[in-house]
Write a protein that binds this ligand. Structure first.
Ligand code: C2O
Ligand code: CU
Length: 532
């Protein structure tokens, strides 16, 4: 991606404090046990002096509202539409590699990414096409590429079972058959997903569905249909990304500086009356509460797995790590408005909210309207069919308890398949976060419909297709989930918390899709995928 190396706009005020150092661990306790022992959340206050607690409280939040000078034009990831091979397949090439970016005054920041070394191109494919992606790993260590939100056979999924060793090329192929949506891709190596994503490995994968009679929505890529990939970073010595996990907080890295499409302090020149923003939270741990700086409403038109049944007018959209939202912002000539993250409602107690980013306000992207704007058609009244998989009253087939960095009391084990589901069946799952900490829940290889949240009908923003959902504590979330046509008793799909620190600690499990009556098999343990 072409990267602005103009004046890297720093927040004009004093930068907010980096995550505070926590108490020194007692010997004999691993970090994991320390966390489990409760040095997070409310008990952390008791573990440190009152003065220390007050200091932590006062320094634990970030507020950059009104303090970012937007001096860099928003980078737009290059659009890749691939080439057609002899058998009509849509073929893409991706190279995983290291790079660097000039993000702040002084030294460039070392990054990882695809193709030019930070983030990656936006892949774009029509429903019905067969896709091939040749992923070459030019990094010095193994990685994987997972197609988040994609319905595809488990062996093509790019989870921890499909490592690509250095120098090798992995070439997954699948027939793309799902509604138009904003999906994404990122590495998923066992225990190292957080590190690879934090270094910058992430890109969008847009699915179009021409046969569905596309509703009249802003659709000029990079002009009035704009990718907005949001990641929060901390910078350390020499402008390197600071990869250290704060001990206090318990969710992993929360950065004090936002990058949008890899751009610090970005602005976008708006040239049409309506602009569609494809928001992706590609952050490790931070949940955002997106809104506009003057409080004006916008239309939420899509979520993870597709368009909503109808536009939903709102002034906030909460996105936890891995979630996407498509919004349409209407502007008048010559005005400016800032996309801002307001304190997201995490449903957590005061202390937990404070140390997990729930009190943070961060400026994201300035939208600058030109003096003359191209007219945009009014938003259609209906956008897509409602999911319609089930009703809240149905029997729950499976329950998932999120607690202590485990799911149902078990930590991730690549050799254990937790359960099998039948091909072409629909199940109702109930997911409950029993921790004080925030979590979310993502399922590979499919999409789901939210049936209820804490027993109540889902709000309009959860009325469409999802593949990742925020799970506030002690709030059962019921979903109806459909397992499609790719049966394979030996190749698992993942389900996990998408706060990457939690995922890497083992808050993940595996399931397989089988033909009716077939029992789950044994996972084929990773051999290095690809040919070198
Ligand atoms: Cu976005 Cu298992 O991943
Ligand atoms: Cu979690």
């Amino acid at each position: 991606m072409t990267e602005p190396s103009e004046d890297p706009g720093e927040p004009a005020g004093p930068p907010p404090a980096a995550p505070p150092a926590g108490p020194t661990p007692r010997r004999g306790l691993t970090r994991r046990r320390l966390l489990k022992a409760g040095l997070i959340g409310v008990p952390a206050v008791a573990a440190i002096s009152a003065g220390g607690a007050a200091w932590l409280w006062a320094t634990a939040d970030v507020d950059t509202a009104g303090r970012v000078r937007f001096v860099n034009r928003l980078a737009i990831p290059p659009l890749a539409t691939g080439r057609r091979d002899g058998s009509g397949r849509r073929v893409f090439e991706l190279r995983a590699r290291a790079g660097n970016r000039r993000l702040r005054p002084g030294r460039p920041t070392p990054t990882w990414g695809f193709d030019d070394g930070h983030l990656g191109p936006t892949l774009r494919v029509d429903r019905g096409e067969t896709v091939v992606v040749n992923v070459r790993n030019e990094l010095a260590e193994a990685t994987t590429v997972h197609w988040h939100g994609m319905h595809l056979p488990a062996v093509m999924d790019g989870g921890p079972h499909q490592p690509i060793r250095p120098g090798a090329t992995w070439s997954p192929t699948w027939r793309l058959d799902q509604p138009a949506a904003t999906l994404w891709y990122h590495p998923h190596p066992h225990g190292r997903t957080g590190q690879h994503v934090y270094r910058g490995m992430a890109g969008l994968f847009i699915v179009d569905d021409p046969a569905a009679g596309s509703p009249d929505l802003p659709g000029r890529y990079g002009v009035d249909d704009v990718p907005v990939i949001v990641q929060d970073k901390n910078f350390g010595d020499d402008n390197r990304f600071d990869e250290s996990t704060p001990l206090i907080g318990g969710v992993g890295i929360l950065g004090d500086t936002l990058l949008v499409n890899g751009t610090v302090a970005p602005y976008h020149d708006v040239t049409a009356e309506r602009t569609r923003l494809r928001l992706l939270n590609a952050s490790n741990a931070r949940t955002y509460g997106f809104g506009l700086s003057d409080g004006r409403p916008f239309a939420l038109i899509g979520t993870d797995g597709g368009l909503l049944p109808a536009p939903h007018l709102t002034d906030r959209v909460r996105l936890s790590p891995g979630e996407r939202a498509e919004i349409v912002v209407t502007m008048r000539p010559d005005e400016r408005v800032v996309l801002r993250s307001y304190p997201p409602d995490l449903g957590a107690d005061f202390w937990t909210s404070r140390v997990t980013g729930g009190d943070d306000t961060m400026d994201v992207l300035e939208l600058r309207a030109a003096g003359g704007l191209t007219p945009s058609p009014a938003l259609p009244g209906t956008l897509a069919e409602a999911p319609g998989l089930g009703s809240a009253g149905g029997r729950v087939d499976r329950g998932f308890e999120l607690s202590g960095f485990e799911i149902n009391g078990r930590a991730m084990d690549m050799s254990r398949i937790d359960f099998g589901v039948g091909r072409d069946t629909t199940e109702i799952w109930e997911v409950t976060n029993l921790d004080v900490l925030p979590h979310n829940f993502h399922v590979h290889g499919t999409r789901f419909q939210v049936l209820s949240v804490n027993g109540a009908a889902p709000p309009p923003e959860l009325g469409g297709w999802k593949d990742t959902i925020y799970t506030p504590r002690e709030t059962p979330v019921r979903i109806a989930i459909r397992f499609g046509g790719h049966a394979d008793p030996d190749s698992p799909y993942m389900f996990h918390c998408h706060l990457l620190f939690h995922e890497d600690l083992g808050m993940m499990g595996q399931f397989v899709v089988t033909e009716p009556g077939v029992l789950p098999g044994r996972p084929v343990m990773p051999h290095d995928a690809g040919h070198g």
